[in-house]
Write a protein that binds this ligand. Structure first.
Ligand SMILES: Cc1cc2nc3c(=O)[nH]c(=O)nc-3n(C[C@H](O)[C@H](O)[C@H](O)COP(=O)(O)OP(=O)(O)OC[C@H]3O[C@@H](n4cnc5c(N)ncnc54)[C@H](O)[C@@H]3O)c2cc1C
Length: 468
């Protein structure tokens, strides 16, 4: 056998799996069809979007907050070309970082499209059409996901006027009116970027709320905050057509509950309705690998497919389509192939929306607890009562802690507020250890920090907050 593990796909699932397996002493190769490593996340996802979110947030801060802080910088101006250059440089640094880590860990790479030829055999076809076969004890499918489109609607993406998230990361000018189809994380993040840079943003969403699946309380408050920033929302609206017009495009939608259709004009339409697993050309059917009803590779609790020696991780399998979930699954599979007990705790996977303010959550929402019939108590604390938040003019939002009514074990934490994406991790660690709201509330927190609001929300859960 030439290799112990061959990973197909070098996104956060695949590259982390490869590195971990190599660290555990296995002989590892990665097959990647793109010119660069890092997958969706590093090339056209998490990393470039965060570069643009940060840059545009700095502009908005300079425009709207500096004066109140006594900082006078004249009229801040956007330089879109420089912003895009910053984004491109950030991507380049990250993808070359993965190449460096592959070399450091003696991981071999094959550039080309990988195909599963059966247990222990992977075919690789390069851009020149030449194919080769590699033998391995274990195969890890980490081929990720692709843009989903709108069910039942023919969307002709040109990535200039009718765009997916990929086009939304590279527009050459700020659209006058950006219509975003889909009020999920990606739509709201990219909508925020272009709204801060001057676009009017309208979000058309099928559900009655944005951020479907997140805590209802959080989603409602967050929608109000975005509305204050100028976002317009058409909720409970089913998009039935996206068409290119002489100038820009049109989006037609009708109320989900029934009623007259409406058509709005846009300079650019961003379709952000989710992603679908990517398994094209992988030869899974021929290799006998089972898929589920949604086209995802079917795996058991140990990320094994039905074919011995073939595993699958990340966006191509069930679960939240998040980079860190893919990474943790990559680590688990590497450990399993090395004879260890790899494991992912799906109950403690944080989710973050990197807008302003940020939204972050881990564990169960109130809606999920109600549905499951679990008796719970909730404690809430607003950032308006937090000293550090006042000092930074970031008083929007709150922390909510949900704990089991009898045992006080923390079941979920939800935060809307500046820096929520960093604060959520103390809740994640607490929950990994099965901690209670009293554990969290009795843990000394540095003053003055935004994190004190997490402590206060915990105090509010098992007794009373001090500062309210
Ligand atoms: C705009 C945007 C923003 C996002 N922001 C965040 C965020 O902030 N945080 C977060 O957690 N998640 C975010 N995500 C989601 C995140 O990018 C994905 O969850 C993550 O990339 C999934 O990792 P993966 O390893 O499963 O697959 P991917 O990252 O999709 O990587 C799959 C790789 O496999 C390769 N491949 C596919 N088929 C083959 C084949 N046959 N042979 C060889 N190679 C192949 C692909 O070229 C690709 O490089 C974002 C996504 C988008 C689109």
């Amino acid at each position: 056998m030439a290799y112990d593990v061959v990973v197909i796909g070098s996104g956060p699932g695949g590259y982390v799996c490869a590195i971990k397996a190599a660290q555990l002493g296995l002989k590892v190769a990665v097959v990647e069809k793109n010119a660069t490593f890092g997958g969706t996340c590093l090339n056209i996802g998490c990393i470039p979007s965060k570069a643009l979110l940060h840059a545009s947030e700095m502009l908005a801060e300079a425009q709207h907050s500096f004066d109140a802080l006594g900082v006078e910088v004249g009229t801040p101006k956007m330089n879109l070309k420089k912003m895009m250059a910053h984004k491109d440089a950030t991507v380049a640094a990250n993808v070359t970082g993965v190449s460096f880590l592959f070399k450091k860990n003696k991981i071999e790479s094959f550039q080309g499209t990988g195909k599963v030829l059966g247990a222990g055999k992977v075919g690789v076809t390069g851009a020149d059409g030449k194919s080769q076969e590699i033998e391995t004890k274990n195969i890890v499918i980490a081929t990720g996901s692709d843009v989903a489109g709108i069910p039942g609607v023919d969307v002709a993406f040109d990535e200039k006027v009718i765009i997916s998230s990929t086009g939304g990361l590279s527009l050459e000018k700020v659209p006058g009116h950006l219509v975003v189809v889909g009020g999920g994380v990606i739509g709201l993040e990219l909508g925020s970027v272009w709204a801060r840079l001057g676009a009017k943003v309208t979000v058309v969403e099928y559900l009655d709320s944005i951020l479907g699946g997140m805590d209802g309380d959080v989603a409602k408050q967050f929608q109000r905050m975005l509305a204050k920033q100028g976002f317009e929302f058409k909720l409970g609206s089913k998009v039935t057509g996206v068409a290119k017009a002489k100038k820009g495009a049109t989006v037609t939608f009708e109320p989900v509950k029934g009623g007259a259709a409406e058509t709005i004009e846009a300079d650019v339409v961003l379709v952000a309705t989710g992603r679908k697993p990517y398994t094209e050309g992988l030869g899974l059917k021929e290799a006998g690998v089972e898929m589920d009803e949604r086209g995802r590779v079917k795996t058991d609790g140990h990320l094994r497919t039905n074919v011995a020696g073939i595993y699958a991780i990340g966006d191509v399998v069930a679960g939240p389509m998040l980079a860190h979930k893919a990474e943790d699954e990559g680590v688990a599979v590497a450990e399993i192939t090395a004879g260890q007990a790899g494991h992912v705790n799906y109950d403690v996977i944080p989710g973050v929306v990197y807008t302003s303010p940020e939204v972050a959550s881990v564990g169960k929402t109130e809606e999920e607890l109600k549905k499951a019939g679990i008796a719970y108590k909730a404690g809430k604390f607003p950032f308006t009562a937090n000293g550090r938040a006042r000092a930074m003019l970031h008083t929007d939002g709150f922390v909510k802690v949900l704990a089991d009514k009898d045992s006080d074990k923390v079941l979920g934490v939800h935060i809307v507020g500046f820096g929520a994406g960093e604060m959520i991790h103390e809740a994640a660690v607490l929950m990994e250890f099965g901690g209670s709201s009293e554990d969290l509330g009795r843990t000394c927190h540095a003053h003055p920090t935004m994190s004190e609001a997490v402590k206060e929300a915990a105090l509010a859960t098992f007794f009373k907050p001090i500062h309210m």
